[in-house]
Design a protein. Sequence first.
Lengths: 182, 446
Amino acid sequence: MNWPVVPSRLLQRSNLPRSRGHSSHTYSAPTYSAPTSSVPTSSALVGTRSFLSLPMMSVALLLLTGCSAILLRPHAISVSEFSREKDVIHFMVSIEDSTQEQDFYRWSQDHIQENNFQFENPDHEGVPLYELHYHFRKRGGRFRSQRIAYLMWRRSEASPYRFEHKLTYIGSGMPLRSGRSW
Amino acid sequence: MVSRIANTLGAGSGSRTLQSLLIAVLLLGQCGCGLLYKHRVETAVGTLWTNGNLQLARQYQEDLRWMKEGLQQVLPNNSEGIGSTSILLVQNDDDRIIHEDQIRTAGWYNHTFSLIRFTPTPPAEKLLLQNQPDPEEHRTLLHELAHHFTSDDQRIRSTWWLAEAIACSLEISYLDPQGKFQVPPLHPMQYQIARSALSNLGRANFTKLARQVISENWLGFYRDDGDLAKRYAISWAIFWTLQGQQQGTLEQRLDAVLKLEDEQIIEQIPAVIQAITPAIQTQLQQHLEQDHHRRWAIDQALRGYRIHGPRILEAIDLELASADPEGHAWAWSSATRLLLRPRSRLDRVTRNDWLQRIEQQLVSGSLEVKLAICTDFPEYRWASTLLPRLIDLLESSDGNLRSAAAAALSRASQHPTIINPHFWKFAPESERAVEVSDWRSWQQNQ
């Protein structure tokens, strides 16, 4: 029995251009969309298989979308930053939907790499960043938002050119400290 | 028997399975946990096994020595002839993720296999709690060890509430500055949980729950119904009240409690209610005057929401009168935590007087005292009189002190600074001078 082959590239992250806008303190974060544009159409596949393949293809498509969904990062509506230290930045990330706990990690990791925080401090040139704090909030109704996760990254002592994930707190009870040192 | 079974074909395969199983069990028994765990560390109480951090295991190796000696000292009869135990030190991969409201099993003890399994406080949680004075790292291990030291007594082993109450009473033990094992007079956390249960349930329902706790079997006591913490606290409160009514050493009082029948214990529930009615601060104040528990009582009292500052300052002054340099550093850091906080009931004169004394220490105190004050300097906005002294310390010749002063300034002021300890410890003086100059300019503009 031949199962439709899921092209491996479909399981990788999409390379679609990412929207990004900048202001001094608020910008939209890089987002990753599901690679739906690359999914082969059902008619193309059915044409080469008997009608019996249809249920299998449905299963394959389900698997495909399932796999794609796993690779989704939280969709950030907005990211704002504040800091009361020269080498610490707090990011408030508003997201639309709940997501898996590993996704917060991946999102913040990507954010660090894409903004080159290992080497650059956007607010204080020449001062290497020491800590990055991410506060994820889920947008609720009537402009209310709920804190859902907090992550802390700190410059590694062993290899100073990378940030080390120190903790992830899942929940809303984490006190939002005033940006001071931990 | 084995050869007869082997005569038939079917039984032959069964026998082979049985033999393999026996060999596997024998091998496991022979090799112990060596098949499952990478590291084996011999300790004073038995072998410690772990797949995690060997350095942490060695740290516990040291701790287990004083824990064993301490438990032997307070429970000489119970610990007589006590065998060794195996300790499984578990460190999870997701130690850096903390889930709100998730209750994890920190440890357990199995008497049949003489086995302790415990999970130390994850690094992430320590980071979260680092500004608290006592992250209670030893608590779980000491709790399970207390079970091991009391489990030979059938009366304790078969009474779940009592086994947990005794372990809870001993888990908060600590080594005092003289290296003496001390069992604190009460368990503040359990006291507060029990008191809160009394307040929420009322006397009648609290009495009902306490009666249930006393008569619960294993499944009933340990069931995960959201009230487990309450059952532990009520057990502790009952034992604490009953042993408080007895005379003699801890072990003698324990023996006296063990002789009580269930009905006699139930009769004492009103006394338990009466014992846990006063506020925790009132309970702690009784111990501020006792030399051997004073530091413990001050530490616990300072954690309260509303505290009686003048009484605690008197106790701190008594500690300052001692000649112990480590004690001085501890006392000054406690005084800093007390003065730089709200709801301490201190009048302006006393507050200003003590602030001057702290300022004086930041100028001319020992390195240990300065470090202790900076390290425990709280996030408090009304400490402006001390900020100039902290700025001076940024130019200290000691890197650790510079780093601690920067962290203290970061917590106490709105002015942005560099908090990376590496910068304050190792950056060239010229670079640090730029930052210090920034602080001085800010100070002049205030």
